[in-house]
Design a protein around this ligand. Structure first.
Ligand SMILES: NC(=O)c1ccc[n+]([C@@H]2O[C@H](COP(=O)([O-])OP(=O)(O)OC[C@H]3O[C@@H](n4cnc5c(N)ncnc54)[C@H](OP(=O)(O)O)[C@@H]3O)[C@@H](O)[C@H]2O)c1
Length: 325
């Protein structure tokens, strides 16, 4: 398989977490890094063994030695940074949450189609082999028909983190709530109705959201997210003949349990993770491009947009009805 040349954009937390996994992935070479500050780019390049360092993002987008850019900047910057990358002719893997609104995501999807470039949300959970095994078990009818999904994720980031910056796409919903809501969408699809309660600050930052998704016939998903304190990042999918429980944090773990009813027997399963868990997603981007695809079938843009539609709806309900924090 030919190796694609990747550049990483931004030198913050997730760039540092994933650089090792980019090096571990056999169908790509991490050849460049860009920062808004040349010294940061050079320091990152030296620390993570990246050959080329750019002191601004557009210089990386203009680098003809780079095929794919992995954008790791704050959520509120995603739409503009990805737009510039696409216009410069790069294929784009864009960190979650993809954009701050579904409208921004639709705009990027249209631009990628016009430019004939690959575009995907870096929803690594979708490529986690444990999640894939759970979806396969569900599809095989192991727990019968899916009726319910409960999932949660939240913690309190340090005060200097972007989570606290409404101008940069901060808040619980986009950074953390995107995982339980994506899992709900994967298992149950687009809801008939979204009902949300929670807390928003006066400046519009969403602190806590409890989201009840209704699917008809009594089927539901409940997703909980918060910046107010750590909550148990568990997930459980309930069916007519059992429950699959994912150990916390559910989006990156390698194990789950299956409870069968009415027997009330349990079975535990585990799946090997590669690196820190990002390798399957990076590999999948290269495989899709090798097949000439411009979206990955496991994370098409329509799925990303469907989840952002839910988040838009939740944010609207919280802003209209939320209790000020
Ligand atoms: N997949 C995962 O497991 C995971 C985990 C954490 C975060 N994320 C996602 O990754 C993205 C980045 O999160 P992070 O935790 O890495 O954030 P971070 O530590 O704050 O780093 C973000 C980087 O973006 C760049 N940047 C560009 N414009 C900026 C601005 N106006 N203010 C601050 N930084 C700016 C900076 O790099 P330069 O100074 O070098 O330009 C900064 O270091 C978000 O979309 C987040 O949701 C994903």
């Amino acid at each position: 398989m030919s190796r694609l040349r990747w550049g990483i954009v931004g030198t913050g937390g997730i760039s540092r977490t994933t650089a090792g996994d980019l090096h571990l992935t056999e169908n790509l070479d991490l050849v460049a890094v860009a920062s808004r500050t040349a010294a940061h780019a050079e320091a990152f390049a030296a620390e993570f063994d990246v050959p080329r360092a750019h002191g601004d993002y557009d210089a990386l987008f203009a680098d003809d030695q780079v095929d794919v850019v992995y954008i790791c900047t704050p959520i509120g910057t995603h739409a503009e940074v990805a737009r510039r990358a696409l216009l410069a002719g790069k294929h784009v893997l864009l960190e979650k949450a993809f954009t701050t609104t579904a409208a921004e995501a639709r705009g990027l999807a249209a631009l990628a189609a016009e430019e004939g470039r690959f575009l995907m949300e870096a929803m690594w959970m979708r490529f986690n082999p444990m999640i894939q095994r759970v979806l396969d078990e569900v599809a095989a009818g192991v727990i019968g028909d899916v009726r319910t999904l409960q999932a949660a994720f939240g913690f309190t980031p340090p005060p200097d983190r972007v989570h606290w910056r409404p101008d940069l796409g901060g808040g619980a919903l986009l950074d953390m709530g995107v995982y339980p809501l994506t899992l709900a969408h994967l298992l149950l699809g687009i809801p008939d109705r979204v009902e949300a309660t929670g807390e928003v600050r006066d400046d519009g930052l969403d602190m806590t959201a409890s989201v009840f998704l209704r699917y008809g016939d009594g089927r539901f998903a409940h997703a909980l997210t918060t910046l107010a304190g750590p909550i148990d990042a568990v997930a459980a999918v309930g069916g007519t003949r059992g429950v699959i429980s994912l150990d916390p944090p559910f989006f990156l773990r390698d194990s789950y349990r299956v409870l069968s009813v009415p027997e009330f027997t349990t079975r535990s399963e585990s799946v090997a993770l590669e690196g820190r868990g990002y390798v399957p997603m990076f590999r999948a981007v290269g495989e899709a491009l090798a097949d000439g695809l411009r979206e990955h079938p496991l994370r098409p843009l329509a799925d990303t947009i469907a989840v952002l539609d839910i988040i838009d709806d939740v944010r609207r309900q919280l802003t209209e009805d939320g209790t000020p924090a």
